[in-house]
Design a protein around this ligand. Sequence first.
Ligand code: HEM
Length: 428
Amino acid sequence: MTDIVPSQVDRANPFASFIRLDRAADFGPVSDWASDFDLAEPPYVTDPTVRWAEQRGRCPIAFTERRQRSWLPVLYDDIAAIAHDIEHFSSHDPIVVSPFDVPINDLLPVPPISSDPPVHTWARRLLLPAFGPSAVEAMSEVTRGLAEELIADHFSDGSGDAAADYARHIPVRVIAHMLGIPVEDEEMFTGWVVRTLQQGFQGLAFVGDALDAIMEMTVYFSERVAERRAMERGTRPRDLITMLIEAETDEPMSDQHLLGTCFLLLIAGIDTTWSAIGSSLWHLATHPDDQRRLRQDPSVLPMAVEEFLRVYSPVTMARIVTDDVEFKGCPMKKGDKVLMAFPAGNHDPAQFEDAERFVIDRARNRHFAFGSGIHRCLGSNLARMEIRVAVQTFLERVPPFELADPDAVTWTGGQVRGPRCVPIRPSA
Ligand code: HEM
């Protein structure tokens, strides 16, 4: 471990002694993507398709030692094969660049996403009913109400920031409702996501703040759990936290497991869906024909949502190699990271006809924006509903729009990619 300890890191924080500050150092520009890639590279964040195309033709599984030994497959079939091979590729450290020198599952387990079977099997099963189609459909009116409120507050003259004033607020408010935590605290919840997942380990300046955010979440959810436990069964609010407290599981659920699942449910759906709604609206602002088509024929919307998810897939995950293994000629070593570039696989021409083109009514679209295999997104019904309702409500309530200032658009990337500033105005 490095000796560099910037003053921002509070050494009393229990996670501080596991931190690898060297991974947050500035590594400078990428020299050769095949042997030195970096998902935080600004051109990759703005438009990763260029790197994927280059890599597919030259080196379909790239490697780097910057930050951490990591492999980056970009072909659909390779990514799918790794996602299904849970024996050689563990989920104990699904963070793309982990700040810690031990797998996150050993330090701060966030089941089921950081678990392997057998824990994964029951940790996931107990959550499934809460995210099934009927539970999600019950949230669609709430979502529509939130969308209408945001439009009334921010887009009364047809202009505003579709990412910051709209997409950013919908997923956090929906999941706060479901967890039973106050929607009024949304800025604190979103702040935790930004401080851990987005900024967290992109630079030394942010590391201390990310550790603080983890502690704040721990304290916050410990208090919410204690409040519910102090209530009689039957008088507790009917929300996800109570569901977890009362769950009957194969193995006794530790408090650490319970808190980790609360964290995950809060953070897994926020910047992912915020990114997906934001990039969908960015697309419509920059592709007037597609916007017109959706306005004229709303029945295309379900297909458009799948194409938004394919073309602008926000999420890249990671696995760790459990033992030395050769995969497609690559000598992977125990402990190496393999990045699950689902977004890259979704642009693979071997899997999708005319893969680089956005086809609003693409009929065959077996994308894996939600992953593949046992960890496939548990919130996929919820995310799809939120994107559909958010886009539909926006098209109904906001007149035809375009970008007000293309140069002002900003994207964030790494584990989750999406636009963070999309200023729009009524179309000329
Ligand atoms: C467009 C939005 C979303 C995208 C693109 C997305 C993507 C993903 C992906 C790719 C995985 C697989 C992880 C892996 O293979 O390691 C995943 C897992 C997961 N997602 Fe999502 N997600 C989205 C929204 C949500 C929402 C709204 C929730 C709700 C809480 C959620 C909860 C989860 C959970 C709990 C897992 C872990 C499942 C498991 O390990 O069995 N996601 N998601």
